[in-house]
Design a protein. Sequence first.
Length: 244
Amino acid sequence: MKFLTVLVLASLWPVCFSGAQETETPKVPGSPGPDFTAGEELFVRNKPAEALPYLEKAFVTDQSNVNAALYLAMCYEQLDRLDEAITIYRRILPLGGAESARIAFNLGNVYYRKGSASSAEQFYTQAIRSDPSYASAYLNRANTRIKTGALRDALPDYERYLSLEPGSPKRPQIEQLVALIQEEFAAEEIRRLMAEEAARAEAERRQRLMDEVSASLQAQADEAEGVSASAEDISGYEGEFELE
């Protein structure tokens, strides 16, 4: 069942981590200059390598321009320069304003790609705090929790995602995954009960064995006491034995 769970989970990730085409255009107002404008145009045409030098120059010129920083971080992300993406995202997160949830969400995605599930979960949680209706953050946090084995924490996140996105095309896969998680809970309860029963039976076996051994020791002690008492009676007799 764990293998099937992994297969279902894997099918949920591509939509969540598919790159720039899944990233909404930043909405934070900035002061676009010619470098930012050129970089933005190239980025939306899916040319991150060509957009990068323009966006780097725009960011250096005005590091308070959250738009330029977001596009720059997303360029780094698409080019697999993940550490640089993280640096930019973390730098602008306190300045994000209305985009704070999205920046935290993107940070979660980058950390997940780097293999740091705990950091990914942290930033998905921060995105949810910034925007409690951020459906994708619930979905990705649930997937991350599956990765770390926190099934009981993942389940309400999947349910919350489905309540926010009732028409999601991923609903069948999520419902299948939820059913697998619930089956795992049931199997875990059965294993717990079986372990308790095995422990109880083993405790009873040990108790019976201890009772048998202690009873045997007691019987030997009583027998030795009886022999000792008889010897004392004989040694204390001072009369003569007469043959009839």
